[in-house]
Design a binder for this molecule. Structure first.
Ligand code: DHB
Ligand code: FE
Length: 287
């Protein structure tokens, strides 16, 4: 039986990807950030999930304001690296898992989540930077990836509550995937933590809010689903809304989890960079 065993949430700041691609991890500005990633990278290399369901937001790469799916799932066998204006990052193509992706699409839609199904979708920094954070610069990604794009660009984004429920539905869907390989699945939530890239409060960071969010993601995720969009905007800045995607990850895990790694560093570009890694402590338990 396939099972969601692991959860990772991390910021997806494009400059972190650029620092990795250009060998700047040891530079003074970047070293404290990357030092904090070391334990998580080692954990990733040891645990080796087979598939990642990766919740991220597209930043006008696959979609633009002509077409704004709230939740979109990539069912292709591969996903090209998007050109975000300075040429595609020189990293391996992302390899999908069409069988599990189609099973997820079917299960989620029949479970009441009206997913948009994508047969072709370039993937941008929202998806690729988290892979680079966890895997560095391999020749090939050692994992299959199912992209799950969430609209947090154009109001109204989905609520935290809906995202958490989607995570719970992903857990159920993975558990009902019948194959003989006992797939080990990880779910990623990306974006955040507090940051604002625009307007009068550009550069906004709120460390007390982020610390509380990290604590409650472990112990009180359902409490976090009560935070309204307006409150998230006030506390975490306009782009802090990306944190709703962390709740997809957390919803896909068992109620009790083991926190295996945490890192928080300010700033990475304009962002409070957070990373948290969980193991589901109650595998095989349906929510
Ligand atoms: C930055 C952060 C983001 O989440 C993003 O999508 C783009 C840029 C930044 O801090 O530079
Ligand atoms: Fe972003």
């Amino acid at each position: 039986m396939a099972e969601v065993l692991y959860g990772v949430a991390t910021s997806h700041v494009p400059a972190i990807g650029a620092a990795i691609d250009h060998g700047k991890e040891e530079q003074q500005y970047w070293r404290p950030l990357f030092e904090g990633y070391e334990g998580a990278r080692k954990w990733m290399a040891d645990t080796k999930p087979d598939v990642i369901v990766l919740a991220y937001n597209d930043h006008a790469s696959a979609f633009d304001l002509d077409l704004i799916p709230t939740f979109a799932i990539g069912v292709a066998d591969k996903f090209p690296i998007a050109d975000e204006g300075y040429g595609p990052r020189q990293i391996p193509e992302v390899i999908g898992h069409p069988e599990l992706a189609w099973h997820l699409a079917e299960s989620l839609i029949l479970d009441g989540f009206d997913m948009t199904i994508c047969n072709r979708m370039p993937v941008d920094h929202g998806l690729t930077v988290p892979l680079s954070i966890m895997y560095g610069s391999p020749e090939e990604w050692p994992v299959k990836v199912i992209p799950l794009a969430v609209n947090v660009i154009q109001y109204p984004p989905p609520t935290g509550k809906r995202c958490y429920a989607l995570g719970q539905a992903i857990r159920r869907a993975v558990q009902s995937f019948e194959d003989d390989k006992d797939l080990k699945v990880a779910v990623f939530g990306t974006g955040g933590m507090s940051h604002q890239l625009q307007g009068e409060r550009a550069g906004w960071v709120n460390t007390p809010f982020d610390t509380d969010f990290l604590n409650r993601l472990t112990d009180d995720p359902e409490g976090l689903t009560e935070i309204s969009h307006v409150e998230l905007l006030r506390q975490a800045g306009s782009e802090g809304i990306e944190l709703v995607m962390w709740l997809i990850m957390r919803g896909a895990l068992s109620r009790r989890v083991r926190e295996v790694h945490r890192h928080y560093h300010v700033p990475a570009s304009n962002t409070a960079a957070g990373l948290i890694v969980f193991e589901s402590s109650e595998a095989n338990v349906l929510l």
